[in-house]
Design a protein around this ligand. Structure first.
Ligand code: ATP
Ligand code: MN
Length: 158
């Protein structure tokens, strides 16, 4: 039996409450395995923003603003990183979230992905959000999904 090591952990985040809940687990696992923690946000380009009517803002400007916002959010998140985490790296990609997450995991040779079962949408009658479902199906490495307590998921009216 070949023992497995977890030296590189990927935590993809959409900055939602549900993904924030998963961060504590990513941090604990990284700490216990003395692993490097990668934090990735994907500026979601899976829908066509060119169809939105936003006066005086071009698609490029909007994309840049989303990137700036993501940078601020990542900074806030890394400020909360405990000292026990020896190494971490944060990254922003632009594209379709699950595709970028899977590509990042391949490129960086990630040993385990730790993510929320849900994200921003947070509809809890689905077992998983669509990003997590696709990552679970397509990732080459183990994926640990963290289900937040029901009361912290945003309840959607039917
Ligand atoms: P859906 O997107 O299907 O409407 P949802 O938003 O509740 O539902 P997901 O998008 O699958 O669920 O989110 C689950 C997890 O996937 C999040 O907790 C986060 O870890 C990760 N994730 C989602 N979107 C992104 C993103 N844009 N960048 C990085 N990670 C993401
Ligand atoms: Mn989502």
């Amino acid at each position: 039996m070949q023992e497995q090591t977890f030296k590189k952990i990927l935590f993809p985040t959409d900055f939602s409450v549900a993904s924030d809940y998963a961060l504590a687990y990513a941090v604990s696992v990284a700490k216990q395995f003395k692993a490097k923690l990668f934090i990735l946000h994907v500026v979601d380009m899976s829908y066509d923003i060119s169809g939105f009517y936003i006066p005086h803002i071009s698609a490029e400007t909007l994309q840049q603003e989303m990137k700036d916002w993501a940078e601020k959010m990542l900074k806030k998140l890394t400020i909360r990183m405990p000292r026990s985490i020896k190494a971490y790296e944060s990254a922003i990609k632009i594209g379709v979230p699950h595709k970028e997450i899977i590509k990042f995991a391949k490129d960086k040779d990630i040993d385990m992905i730790i993510m929320g079962t849900h994200g921003k949408t947070g509809v809890d009658h689905f077992f998983f959000g669509s990003t997590t479902e696709r990552v679970l199906k397509q990732a080459d490495c183990p994926v640990l999904t963290i289900r937040p307590p029901k009361d912290i998921l945003v309840k959607k009216r039917a």
